[in-house]
Structure formats: structure tokens, C-alpha cells
Design a protein around this ligand. Structure first.
Ligand code: BES
Ligand code: MN
Ligand code: ZN
Length: 497
């Protein structure tokens, strides 16, 4: 679909459908008032019928409104004017897009951006409108033998703003589209089943991205990892017949001598738990255990399309976690790439094992900072539910930047402690460190484990176990935290300039 920022007044609008807002108690928005006057009071007459009460996101389609060039006007409820906040706004856009996609409208113009949304500026409003519109036509069932595209008639969406905000709105629109497409890539990868989206498949997708955009691309195979001494990653990979892959992508949009930002994404393409086997219920959802990897690929794609002037390295340690005669066993001790020995007390705490070797590998890029993204712990879902990703960092400014990016992107993260007091839960009698720290503070001790491998650079960790996908009726990947990461990197790039 095409998205355009326009200033066209409603009487000159040629799109097939103009969308205007109505508050509760028949209170007209500014654009609705204008439409009412050019149509000779037509809207007031319709509202008097009581067919639209103005509840948030409710809609009423009108045809052949007097003195309007397009054949349709869509009225949308805005709720109470003093209660129009960001959440209500998102529900309004969602209601509009549902109605537009369900009908035969080929082009639409949204007259919704003049309304005051508490705490939200024009950038936010435009970005959210574009991202919502894009996300709402996402097709989950791509592997069904028959599927209908969502909203196939709608080809063009005009977002109407004042002339003085045109430039801001255009930039927001571009950013939104790049994010939306990055989110889509992450969702697609996440939704693919484990028998399709294997480590080899992820490497192929990374290769495709590299070829299309002239990125540096490298994959370390099992024997390369053996030579390097990635004993922790290899221990996890041992139980599977799928070949493990360690994917390295480099985007150089910045100055030659500027240190790169490294993004590390957990790429477990299926997590059965290994010998510490998971219970059967909902085990299918462990195909999503590569959503960290998917999100760093989606973010990379967004940064490329925004041509951000910075250097990025993406690292994806990827394998399956399976039980097998050769699989790693509880009690096994392995030596990580860092040289630290690890007692694997639970084979289901595998994410930290593949990540720790990637975090050590990151050192060779002399990074400005490193962020890892992982569906790491069920404990994080218990702590924060599904609305915020867990954010862990001992670097206060980096943590604050990520928190702010999450707020701006409507993809929030909540900072959790990483205090030294938790570290002793990882003590082992037999090795330098154990891979689990018991039930108390499970997402914190997982982060503490990673912190042992990140002493050489500023580092942050995002636990996305609760945010990367939805269960139940709406089961599917969310593409999070592509928006957060893209906002973070765009803000960084703007600062560097
Ligand atoms: N991939 C899981 C984490 C997970 C669990 C994500 C549920 C989303 C929903 C991870 O590898 C795992 O199994 N973690 C264990 C750690 C425990 C054994 C210390 C967990 O959270 O139960
Ligand atoms: Mn696991
Ligand atoms: Zn896992």
C-alpha cells in the first residue's frame, strides 16, 4: 500500500473515502465541523439519528455526502474529548482500518491528526497510524493452502496534516514504514514452524538480506565454532541433527573509524528443553525461541532502509535444543569461549549458553555497545506479563536511552535490577559458574549469568519472552522489539551527526 502525507482540504479530496472523527455526545471534531458546513449540515442530521454514539473506534460509513467528491465518508468515534489518550487513539486507528479493509474502498484520506492526543505529538500519531495500518493487514496463515489477503481493495492511504507539519510527518511516515516492514520480517520468521525455520534457514535469510544490501556476511559452521572454542553453544547444539550456525552480518553506514553497535539475537529455532525436557502443553510455542534473532534481523533491515549513518554488527547464535543420546546432560561441565567453565545444571537454560559465546565473540568488533535480545526466561513473563520487555543493564545512560526509545516507539521495556547480591545464586561447587540460579528472580539471575561475559563493553539485555509473541486465539509473533531498537538506533545516529 502507498502512504502519502497531504494537505488537501476535504472539499477537494478525491480519495474514495474521507475519514473524520466524532466525539461522544455528538461533538464534532474540527474536520467534522468543516465537513458539516460544506455539506449543509448533513453530518448533524445523521448524528441526530443516534446511529453513531462516538464510542472509541466505532464507525459509521456514509455514502454520497453532499458536496464531497469521493463516494464515501467514514465517521469514527473518538470517545470523550478530554479522555483522548494514546491508547484510545490506537483503538480509533484500528477501528478505522478494520472498516476500510473490510469494504471495497480503494483509497482513503484520514482527517484525524488535528485532534489533541494527551502526551502524543504529530510524529507519534503519524508513525502509529502507518504502523497500525500495515500491521492490520498482516497475514498469519501464510502456510495455509488457501488464503485471502486482508483488505486487498485498499491501495492508497492519504494522511492529512497541516502544511507546517508536512516535513515532520513525512519523516515520521518513512520511519514508520521501515519499522513496519522490519516488524513484518520478524513476525514472518517467528511464525514459521521449527521444521522450516531451522538455523540453516535463518542463515539463508541473513544471506538474502546481505546480498540485497551489500552487507558483509559470514557464517561459522560447527567446525569453526569448535576451532574457536565455543563450548557453551556447541553443548546446546549437540542434541540435534540440525547443523548449528553462527551468523555474522555487518552494515557499515557510519564512518570507517566509528565503533559499531553490536546486536545479538537468540536463535534457538526450537526449544524442547533438551534432557531437562519441557512439559508437552504449549510446547509448539517454543518455535518462537528464535524471536531475538528475528528481531535483530528486522531491526537491521529497518536501519538499512532508513540509511542510518552508523555501523552495526548483527550476531545470531543459532541451533535447536533437543534431547538425544548425544545431548548435553544435567551436570555436564563445558568451557565457554571466554574460558570460564559452566556447570549445566538444567539443559533448558540453553539461551544463556549460546548467548554467552556470542557475547564473548562480540569483543572482537571493539564495540561501542552491545545489546542482546532473547526470549530468555519464563520468569520474565511472570514478572512483567506481556506488555513490557525486561531491560537489564549496569550502564545507566544506556538503560535510560533504551527506556526512552521504548516509550517513543510504543514498544516499552521496564528496567529490572542487576545487583551484585543476585550473582551468588549462580555459584557452582564444580565449575566457575552454574547455568541456573534457582526460582527466585529467575530473569535477573539469567541476566547476571550474561553479565559475566560482558565486562569489556557497555551492555544491555532485553528479555522478550513475554512480548515477542501472543498465545491463544491471536497466536502469532509480534515483531517486538524491532520498534524499540530502531528508535534507539535512529536516536543514536541523529546524535552522531
Ligand atoms: N525459551 C525459554 C524461555 C521461555 C519460556 C520463553 C516460556 C517464553 C515462554 C528458555 O530457554 C527456558 O527454557 N528458560 C527456563 C530457564 C530455567 C530452566 C532456569 C525457564 O524460564 O523456565
Ligand atoms: Mn529453554
Ligand atoms: Zn529457550
Amino acid at each position: 500500500m502507498e502512504y502519502h502525507i497531504k494537505n488537501t482540504p476535504i472539499e477537494k479530496q478525491r480519495a474514495a473515502c474521507s475519514v473524520v472523527g466524532i466525539y461522544e455526545s455528538r461533538q464534532l471534531s474540527a474536520s467534522a465541523q468543516h465537513l458539516d458546513s460544506i455539506s449543509g449540515g448533513y453530518l448533524s442530521k445523521i448524528l441526530a439519528t443516534g446511529d453513531l454514539e462516538g464510542k472509541v473506534g466505532s464507525t459509521l460509513m456514509l455514502h454520497s455526502v453532499p458536496n464531497v467528491l469521493g463516494e464515501r465518508v467514514l465517521l469514527v468515534g473518538l470517545g470523550k474529548s478530554d479522555e483522548l489518550n494514546g491508547k484510545a487513539y490506537l483503538d480509533i486507528i484500528s477501528g478505522v482500518m478494520n472498516t476500510l479493509y473490510a469494504g471495497g474502498t480503494a483509497s482513503a484520506a484520514l482527517y484525524l491528526f488535528d485532534e489533541i492526543v494527551s502526551d502524543c505529538d504529530i510524529n507519534w500519531k503519524i508513525e502509529q497510524a502507518v504502523r497500525t495500518a500495515h500491521a492490520q493487514r498482516y497475514l498469519v496463515g501464510k502456510l495455509k493452502s488457501k488464503h485471502e489477503p486482508v483488505g486487498k481493495h485498499l491501495k492508497k492511504l492519504n494522511l492529512i496534516v497541516h502544511t507546517d507539519t508536512t516535513q515532520l510527518a513525512e519523516a515520521a511516515c518513512r520511519k514508520a514504514l521501515s519499522i513496519a516492514e522490519g516488524v513484518e520480517l520478524a513476525k514472518d520468521l517467528g511464525n514459521l514452524p521449527g521444521n522450516v525455520c531451522t538455523p540453516t534457514y535463518l542463515a539463508k535469510q541473513a544471506h538474502k538480506l546481505a546480498k540485497a544490501h551489500d552487507l558483509k556476511y559470514e557464517v561459522l559452521e560447527r567446525k569453526d565454532m569448535e576451532k574457536l572454542g565455543m563450548g557453551a553453544l556447541l553443548a546446546v547444539a549437540k542434541g540435534s541433527h540440525e547443523a548449528p550456525k553462527f551468523i555474522v552480518l555487518q552494515y557499515n553506514g557510519g564512518a570507517h573509524d566509528s565503533a559499531p553497535i553490536v546486536l545479538v539475537g537468540k536463535g534457538i529455532t526450537f526449544d524442547s528443553g533438551g534432557i531437562s525436557l519441557k512439559p508437552g502443553a504449549e510446547m509448539d510455542e517454543m518455535k518462537y525461541d528464535m524471536c531475538g534473532a528475528a528481531s535483530v534481523l528486522g531491526t537491521l533491515q529497518a536501519c538499512i532502509s532508513l540509511k542510518l549513518p552508523l555501523n552495526l554488527v548483527v550476531l545470531i547464535p543459532s541451533c535447536e535444543n533437543m534431547p538425544d543420546g548425544l545431548a548435553v546432560k544435567p551436570g555436564d561441565i563445558v568451557t565457554s569461549l571466554s574460558g570460564q567453565t559452566i556447570e549445566i545444571l538444567n539443559t533448558d537454560a540453553e539461551g544463556r549458553l549460546i548467548l554467552c559465546d556470542a557475547l564473548t565473540y562480540a569483543e572482537r568488533f571493539k564495540p561501542e555497545l552491545v545489546i542482546d535480545v532473547a526470549t530468555l526466561t519464563g520468569a520474565c513473563v511472570i514478572a512483567l506479563g506481556h506488555h513490557a520487555s525486561g531491560l537489564f543493564s549496569s550502564h545507566d545512560t544506556l538503560a535510560a536511552e533504551l527506556e526512552q526509545a521504548g516509550v517513543a516507539a510504543q514498544d516499552r521495556a521496564w528496567r529490572m535490577p542487576l545487583w551484585d547480591e543476585y550473582q551468588s545464586q549462580l555459584d557452582s561447587n564444580f565449575a566457575d559458574i552454574g547455568n541456573i540460579g534457582g526460582r527466585p528472580g529467575g530473569s535477573i539471575t539469567a541476566a547476571c549469568f550474561l553479565s559475566r561475559f560482558t565486562k569489556k563493553y557497555p551492555w544491555a539485555h532485553l528479555d522478550i519472552a513475554g512480548t515477542a509473541w501472543k498465545s491463544g486465539k491471536e497466536k502469532g509473533g509480534t515483531g517486538r522489539p524491532v520498534p524499540l531498537l530502531t528508535h534507539f538506533l535512529a536516536a543514536r545516529a541523529a546524535k552522531q551527526k
